[in-house]
Design a protein around this ligand. Structure first.
Ligand code: FAD
Length: 391
């Protein structure tokens, strides 16, 4: 009979094809060679100095816009993309954020709602990692309630003129192109803004204690004049940005499993080598109880991610199910990270080990792409038919 594998206790890897395991291994190798040796130092310095080089490496591997068809994108399945997200986030949530924002937010917006010219111009260079994209929806005063956004786009002749501020925008300061959502007379519209357009600037947000190896920025739009064809022609209204968020949230469902898994592995290694009272701490029942709960949490998360991925590939995934996965898997990963931190004792707070880095990163993951409260309200509405978003 097959042996019990602590790294894959339910044998879920057997659900994946050889091609999918190869994707996992190649993303894992990229993380091992290009990110793992440096990420704690980047986190400590609060910098992501090699983001551009990494984007090119990720482009070569085909993970940018990996689940999109055509225009230089790999055209792979949702499960394939999920497997990549799990690996990326097992390394660092900042790395997965770079890929999610690029592929699921900025590229997806252009791919799904853009003109043929916009697609042909931007998508191949974004898939290759030559151009980095960002996605500006959140504002300083409007996060969970984007319908109240204040950024405007008004017509001036055939041009558009954008004014406003966006806040907490991943990749903002390193982006060549920003997809910016703004209010117009017709409703919310998306705009493809080359970041060298006069009036556009993207100062980096400092003093974060989470996602420190990730660039987060404010977007300042002061009379940014764009040609008529800068608008995403195929969508009006909030369903535009919400469709993109749904894509990125799907990647987070898998990514969170990776962060939790990395914490579990660190705790397991530690528990079998650290000795107190004359024996490995993994020999104490309390520690084993923690490890068992963590393993159950991580594997349940992976099963949920795989289930949702298969539904997505079958065209059956609905946003409420994505909320289900995002809510539970991020919350679960945080529980796992916090428990792992206790197993490492004082070392649990040191950047010499990955746990505290994952733990603080996951605080951002819990908040962005819809806070846990927003996803609970989405599920609550689906269960009861009552909309509780406005109290
Ligand atoms: P608020 O909306 O002010 O919420 C504050 C609290 O109130 C939360 O707990 C919230 O759940 C709760 N709350 C609000 N309304 C209700 C209600 N009706 N019922 C119950 N509770 C409620 N945004 C982008 O557009 N692009 C990006 O690339 C991006 N990257 C990010 C990167 C990082 C590191 C972070 C931290 C954020 C990023 N965001 C990005 C922004 C993120 O999506 C928002 O922070 C998030 O949507 C929450 O908005 P807020 O911070 O304004 O909180």
């Amino acid at each position: 009979s097959p042996a019990f594998d602590p790294r894959d206790p339910l044998g879920i890897d057997a659900e994946f094809t050889p091609e999918q395991l190869a994707i996992r291994d190649s993303v894992r190798a990229l993380c091992r060679d290009h990110v793992q040796p440096h990420v704690a130092e980047w986190f400590e310095r609060g910098e992501f100095p090699q983001a551009r080089e990494l984007a090119r490496e990720l482009g070569k591997l085909g993970v940018l816009g990996m689940h999109l068809e055509g225009y230089g994108c790999a055209g792979l399945s949702a499960v394939d993309y999920g497997i990549a997200c799990e690996e990326l986030e097992s390394c660092d949530s900042g790395l997965r954020s770079l890929v999610s924002v690029q592929g699921s937010l900025a590229m997806f917006a252009i791919w799904r709602w853009g003109s043929e010219e916009q697609k042909q111009h931007w998508l191949p260079q974004m898939a290759a990692g030559e151009a980095i994209g960002c996605f500006g929806l959140t504002e300083p005063d409007h996060g969970s309630d984007p319908a109240s956004m204040r950024t405007t786009a008004r017509r001036d002749g055939s041009d558009w003129v954008l004014n406003g501020r966006k806040m907490w925008i991943t990749n903002g300061s390193i982006a060549s192109v920003a997809v910016v959502w703004a209010k117009t007379d017709e409703g919310v519209r998306g705009f493809v803004v080359p970041t060298d357009t006069p009036g556009f600037s993207a100062p980096e947000i400092k003093h974060k204690l989470s996602l420190r190896a990730s660039v987060t920025s404010e977007l300042v739009l002061d009379d940014v004049r764009l040609p008529a064809d800068a608008v995403l022609p195929e969508v009006t209204g909030l369903r535009g940005p919400l469709s993109c968020l749904n894509e990125a949230r799907y990647g987070i469902v898998w990514g969170a499993v990776g962060a939790g898994r990395a914490c579990l592995e660190a705790a397991l290694d530690y528990a079998t080598t650290r000795e107190q009272f004359g024996r490995p701490i993994g020999g104490f029942q309390l520690t084993q109880g923690k490890l068992a709960d963590m393993a159950v949490r991580v594997q349940n998360g992976r099963l949920l991610a795989l289930h949702l991925g298969r539904r997505k590939d079958a065209g059956q995934l609905v946003p409420q199910q994505v909320s289900f996965g995002k809510l539970d898997n991020v919350r679960g990963a945080l529980e796992v990270a916090r428990t792992a931190r206790t197993i490492l004792g004082a070392n649990g707070i040191s950047l010499e080990y990955p746990v505290i880095r994952h733990m603080t990163n996951l605080e951002s993951v819990l908040t962005y792409e819809g806070t846990s409260e927003m996803h609970a309200l989405t599920i609550g509405q689906a269960l009861t038919g009552q909309n509780a978003f406005r109290g």
